[in-house]
Structure formats: C-alpha cells, structure tokens
Design a binder for this molecule. Structure first.
Ligand SMILES: C[S@@+](CC[C@H](N)C(=O)[O-])C[C@H]1O[C@@H](n2cnc3c(N)ncnc32)[C@H](O)[C@@H]1O
Length: 401
C-alpha cells in the first residue's frame, strides 16, 4: 500500500469506492501530540479514512455510522488479514455458491418482500440476479472474521462508476441511472478478482491499532461519558449527497430490504427532511441566527436547514458528552448553497459546539480537490464569490472546556 507518514502527502489505497472521502492528512494532523494509548472516535465513519489512518499510526479507534455499507467498508479496511487463509476461504465460497440450485435459495428480505424484489428486477439483469442470489446466500452466512471483507468484495461489483453487476452507471457517485437493458458481467469471475484485489491491498501493510466499528447514530452514541481522548470526523453537508441512493443497490444483496434502507435514509443527517414534530425549533433558529437569507427560502427549504441544525446540535451534544475534558474534537465541514442562498454550515457547527462547552481554537480553510467536489454547484450565473466558497471546506478544531 502506498502510505507515507509525513502528513501532507499521506495516501491510503481504498478497498471500496466512496463518494465523500476525507483527506487522510487531516486525521494525521489532528493526532499531533496524542499518546499512542489514546482512544480516537469517528462518530460518522463513512468509508473509514480516519480509522484506517489512525490504525496505521498505532492508535486505537471506535467508529459508528448509520449506513450499514459504511460500517462494512470501515470494518473491512481496518481488520488484519492473512492473505493465504482469506483466499482459501474465497475459493470455498465460490465452490459452495456454484453448487447451489435456485430452488435451494431463500433470501427472506428479498423473497418475502415485493418492494425489494421489484427494485432488484429493475436494476439487475436476470443472469446477474441468479449469480448474485447464490453469492448472497453464502456470503451472508458469515457473521465474524472476514465477513465484512467477503461482503465488501461483493459490493465492489455493484458500486461502480461505469460497468458493473447492475444495469446502472454512476452508482459510485450515488447517482445511479439505468443505462443498459442487458448485461454480460460475469459475477463469479469478477467476485474472485475482487477478493484478490482486496487481499493485495490489505496484505502489504501492517496495522497496529485496534479498531472497532459499529452501526450507530452519532446523535445517540453508545459510549460512556468522558471516555474518548479525541474525535475526528466529517458530518454530511446539508443537501450534499444522498449516500443511500447508490448504496441501496449493493445493500439489497447484503441482508437489507428496501423498506429498512428507506427508513435509514430518512434518519441520515443531511437528508432533505423537515424536523420531527416534537423538535425544539427555537434551538434551530438560535443556531442559524447568523445565516442571512434563510427566511427568503421557501418553507420546505427553511425546514430542511432547521432539521440539519438540530441534527448538528445533537451530534455536538453527544461529542461533548463522550469526549474527556481538555481533549480535542476536529470537524471537517463544508458549506452549502440552497437556491442561491449560501448556508454557512461552519457557523451552525460553531454555534452548536459553543452550547456544550466545545471551544473553537482553530479553523482552517482548505481547498476541496477538483475530483472530490460532490456538492451541487451553484446555478450558472451565480456570483463567483459563492462558487469559490463552495470549493473549500473548513477543518475546525474544538477543545472541551
Ligand atoms: C462525509 S461522510 C464521512 C466521510 C469519512 N470521514 C470518510 O473519509 O470516508 C458522512 C457520513 O455520515 C454518515 N451519517 C449520516 N447520518 C448519520 C448519523 N445520524 N449517525 C452516524 N452517521 C451518520 C453517513 O452515512 C456518511 O457515511
């Protein structure tokens, strides 16, 4: 793996596409001065960049994400692997899957659910459905050990930019659209290649730190108060990216029904939803008071901003609770643009943090590399100042008082 530990040019080789990956050097820099026995938390782990970086540097980490595919990605990227043993098991999986007959397979979250069945018929061709059913049946029997790796190897066949096991393109950018009627993609052959590729990436580097990744909500962390030494994370930006839209195509083969995935999607931070009826809107108004122009937005969009503000408020509340006193939390935050109104997410994060004793000690702007820009661009003709602002993100460092 190409990994250099000099900070500014740290590079990690990913094992799975992810549309909103953070720059590893941010994690590297946030760790400065921390003793190796420290416990680092990423409450919204995404593909696992923070966890992977810290494990390479010998730290222990805990990660949570609400998206089951992110949990798998981060787990798979951080577990130690014995290449020989892993590939032997891969061969066994392929042999077992090949031997299955269609009548011996029952995938309850698909076969007993018409929505999920229809979704699969729309996005996949008949030959790939047959083969994916076989692999899914075997791979989902694994619960421990390399389970996440075998599932991620399957997911890599589907979350692709161009040709993959589905009939769609742009799945890896979370903007899937059906581009073909038929597909000659060889699922079994590509699955074997996928496992080999993963094992090559993971095998040529030793990781010292212990990493735990679980499915969980950053607004309600299953952690004791004052139990972590450092937080490094990047929350979703308001209206930036609907991760679930692309991930669904893979997760339906990994034990999740469309109904379940839709409900996860609706609870994700940054989704285009209004606040819960029971929410305290006055908090949202307070936190967004410095953002000019909100009231010019249509009511639906105002509610979206309020919902986002309340989610950020709850994330900061939980972060402050689990962080030890005098310890640091680093948040990477980008700004958004809603119908021409510039929404300064950094201001929302700062206001929310201040309410829970998290003092902003540093905020640095960094340019988002061209190929990492996934935010909706401002409409043509909009001010160049706005376009410029949308090309940067802020690395905000807080200290718990
Ligand atoms: C910008 S990404 C994190 C990127 C990550 N640092 C990386 O490098 O891959 C934000 C993540 O927040 C997750 N997320 C959204 N709402 C969440 C919630 N309520 N609790 C935990 N994670 C959440 C999304 O699923 C997504 O994976």
């Amino acid at each position: 793996m190409e990994t250099s530990q000099t900070g500014s040019n740290i590079k990690l080789k990913p094992i799975h596409p992810f549309a909103a990956r953070m720059a590893p050097e941010i994690a590297f820099e946030a760790l400065e001065g921390l003793p190796k026995e420290s416990i680092i938390l990423d409450p919204m782990t995404g593909s696992g960049t923070v966890l992977r970086t810290i494990s390479e540097l010998g730290y222990n980490g805990i990660g949570f994400d609400i998206d089951p595919l992110s949990v798998l990605m981060a787990k798979a990227w951080t577990i130690p692997i014995n290449e020989k043993f892993f590939l032997q098991k891969t061969d066994q999986i392929l042999i077992k899957a090949n031997r299955l007959t269609e009548t011996s397979i029952h995938l309850p979250w698909i076969d007993d659910d018409n929505n999920t069945k229809d979704f699969i018929r729309f996005w996949f061709g008949p030959k790939q459905i047959t083969d994916l059913r076989k692999l899914s049946c075997i791979v989902n029997q694994y619960k421990y050990g390399y389970a996440s790796l075998y599932k991620i190897a399957l997911s890599r066949l589907i979350i692709t930019k161009t040709r993959g096991a589905s009939l769609a393109a742009d799945v890896s950018h979370s903007r899937p659209h059906r581009v073909r009627e038929t597909n000659d993609f060889d699922v079994f052959k590509e699955y074997e290649k996928s496992c080999r590729k993963i094992s090559r990436i993971l095998n040529d580097n030793s990781r010292e730190g212990t990493i735990k990744v679980k499915k969980g909500d950053a607004r309600k962390l299953r952690l004791k108060s004052s139990s972590v030494d450092c937080i490094i994370t990047s929350p979703p930006y308001l209206n930036a990216l609907d991760y679930m839209r692309g991930h669904k195509l893979s997760l339906v083969w990994l034990g999740h029904s469309i109904g379940e995935l839709s409900s996860i999607r609706s609870t994700s931070v940054g989704s285009e939803k209004a606040p819960e009826a029971s929410s305290n809107i006055s908090i949202a108004k307070e936190i967004t008071k410095n953002i000019t122009g909100i009231t010019e937005l249509p009511p639906k969009k105002i509610n979206m901003v309020y919902r986002y503000a309340l989610d950020i408020h709850n994330i900061l509340k939980e972060s402050a609770r689990v962080l030890k006193p005098e310890c640091k939390a680093t948040f990477v935050v980008g700004n958004s643009c809603l119908q021409g109104i510039y929404i300064e997410n950094t201001s929302i994060v700062k206001e929310a943090a201040g309410r829970f004793g998290l003092k902003l000690v540093k905020s640095e702007e960094r340019e988002i590399p061209e190929n990492k820009r996934y935010l909706p661009p401002p409409n043509a003709g909009e001010q160049s100042v706005l376009s410029k602002r949308m090309r940067t993100e802020a690395v905000m460092t807080f200290v718990k008082q």
